[in-house]
Ligand binder design. Sequence first.
Ligand SMILES: *[C@@H]1O[C@H](CO)[C@@H](O)[C@H](O)[C@H]1NC(C)=O
Ligand SMILES: *[C@@H]1O[C@H](CO)[C@@H](O)[C@H](O)[C@H]1NC(C)=O
Ligand SMILES: *[C@@H]1O[C@H](CO)[C@@H](O)[C@H](O)[C@H]1NC(C)=O
Ligand SMILES: *[C@@H]1O[C@H](CO)[C@@H](O)[C@H](O)[C@H]1NC(C)=O
Ligand SMILES: *[C@@H]1O[C@H](CO)[C@@H](O)[C@H](O)[C@H]1NC(C)=O
Ligand SMILES: *[C@@H]1O[C@H](CO)[C@@H](O)[C@H](O)[C@H]1NC(C)=O
Ligand SMILES: *[C@@H]1O[C@H](CO)[C@@H](O)[C@H](O)[C@H]1NC(C)=O
Ligand SMILES: *[C@@H]1O[C@H](CO)[C@@H](O)[C@H](O)[C@H]1NC(C)=O
Ligand SMILES: *[C@@H]1O[C@H](CO)[C@@H](O)[C@H](O)[C@H]1NC(C)=O
Length: 457
Amino acid sequence: MAIVRNWLFCLVGVFSFVLRVEASTYCNATQACPQDKPCCSQFGECGTGQYCLNNCDVRYSFSQDSCMPVPICKSSSTKFNDYSSKMGNADVFLGNVSEADWLYSGRVLDYDDEESLILAMPKNSGGTIISSTRAVWYGKVSARIKTSHLAGVITAFILYSGAGDEIDYEFVGADLETVQTNYYWESVLNFTNSANISTTDTFDNFHTYEMDWHEDYVTWSIDNVVGRTLFKNETYNSTTNSYHYPQTPSKVDISIWPGGNSTNAPGTIAWSGGEINWDAPDISDPGYYYAIVNEINITCYDPPSSVKKNGTSAYIYTSSDEFLEKDIAITDDDVMMDTDGGSGLDPHKGATTSSVQKTSSSTSASSKSSSEASSSHSTSTKKGSKTTSASSSSTSSSSSSTKKGDKDISASTSLVSPSSSGAASSSTGSASSAGMGANVATNWGLTAVCVVLGYII
Ligand SMILES: *[C@@H]1O[C@H](CO)[C@@H](O)[C@H](O)[C@H]1NC(C)=O
Ligand SMILES: *[C@@H]1O[C@H](CO)[C@@H](O)[C@H](O)[C@H]1NC(C)=O
Ligand SMILES: *[C@@H]1O[C@H](CO)[C@@H](O)[C@H](O)[C@H]1NC(C)=O
Ligand SMILES: *[C@@H]1O[C@H](CO)[C@@H](O)[C@H](O)[C@H]1NC(C)=O
Ligand SMILES: *[C@@H]1O[C@H](CO)[C@@H](O)[C@H](O)[C@H]1NC(C)=O
Ligand SMILES: *[C@@H]1O[C@H](CO)[C@@H](O)[C@H](O)[C@H]1NC(C)=O
Ligand SMILES: *[C@@H]1O[C@H](CO)[C@@H](O)[C@H](O)[C@H]1NC(C)=O
Ligand SMILES: *[C@@H]1O[C@H](CO)[C@@H](O)[C@H](O)[C@H]1NC(C)=O
Ligand SMILES: *[C@@H]1O[C@H](CO)[C@@H](O)[C@H](O)[C@H]1NC(C)=O
């Protein structure tokens, strides 16, 4: 579901949005971003800085080099025990991949009993997402997780690219024995792309979910048993003369989000298994809905043999007409900005002297460590630990105090201006809106909601 993807990046987008109070500029399939705000974010707004990082949509940005180049795949195995303090804060991250392999937006907590990370979704919140700082092109990605549960609560594990390609696992809390798989090519909605795999209760049991993504096929496996295979050659579209197959460098995301929130479109709520109950037992103890991430492995494969290479460290798009496999090159271009005024067009913008750079990087480092401190807790018993975490942790404290005023302004501004009403309706129970235009409108609604939410959390 495209809307899943929108939600995933909602918080990331919002917090960068919140930092800016000037008038917003929108972007979509018919309207690209202007040069001074060249990056089109996931939620359809133009800007610089975080707008140009992992949620940056290369298709609707000013030019194909406006988004920051994407850090190249690096094989890794991450155990998420005692890990929350090692995560980067997506609000302030400027692309230094030596600082963090994973970013969070929302609220994460350590869960020592299961040597895992909790992604929390407190009452009325928009949930939490963690994202890799590097992309995969191509590769095998597996995650050992326990999903959330109950109607209206969605857990997702996806690969997502700046060209709108997507390979998904989606877990609907109302049906814990059915795992939904899906894929998108450039955000094109096709209801026939979805398929289910059966397994045992995904809330009670850790399972290992794997997406093994090759140039010409992808498999979805649960506990090493292949449940679905998609061949690229089955996706050929003779109208566009191209394969509608996910084929561009993709980040890894895991999230929990409230598909069944009463303010969502009816189709989304139906797909989510009904309205979410914000007074469920989980909301009082441990204090939130949650998903549990124990381990994520990434194994990188070689890029396509025909790829253009002028370096070894980043993926870039070389064409503004198409965003296909053939339009990717590997370079040594900068992946990091000096300030949040930067973009792919000028990553060093705002860095006047080397001392300014040092100051700005130490500022973000300190705000990062304060958030880390606030989100890491040791635990003794499962329930008890979560309760402790719930009462004492808040990611919004990670934003520096000087940004509070801006948040106020942004929050009240967007409360009056959401254009979301009815934007993402769909009669088939699948929530995705039919086109990018509707997605953008949806995004605005979500953005507004998330601003409020980010403020509440
Ligand atoms: C990136 O982060 C690492 C680790 O914190 C640091 O040593 C390095 O100086 C940073 N690079 C830049 C260019 O700021
Ligand atoms: C969920 O719905 C409630 C109203 O029931 C609203 O206050 C809240 O902002 C919504 N949250 C999200 C994330 O949509
Ligand atoms: C990650 O890789 C390690 C080492 O091969 C393996 O033991 C573990 O089961 C893998 N975990 C996942 C989630 O794939
Ligand atoms: C959806 O995919 C199927 C199978 O590839 C194809 O037959 C159908 O035409 C596609 N529909 C759209 C709207 O692209
Ligand atoms: C997958 O399962 C859900 C119920 O959990 C059902 O609503 C949906 O139609 C199924 N999708 C497919 C493609 O069978
Ligand atoms: C697609 O490719 C696979 C493996 O390369 C092959 O087994 C299959 O027959 C092909 N299917 C079509 C429709 O060409
Ligand atoms: C081919 O792609 C076009 C544009 O996305 C779509 O309208 C059409 O339904 C697709 N046809 C098939 C056979 O997939
Ligand atoms: C290759 O990259 C270097 C910088 O890393 C750049 O100066 C040069 O122009 C690039 N060459 C081509 C052919 O793009
Ligand atoms: C795209 O954005 C422009 C400018 O905000 C707006 O006028 C237009 O209606 C939007 N197009 C779609 C398809 O949403």
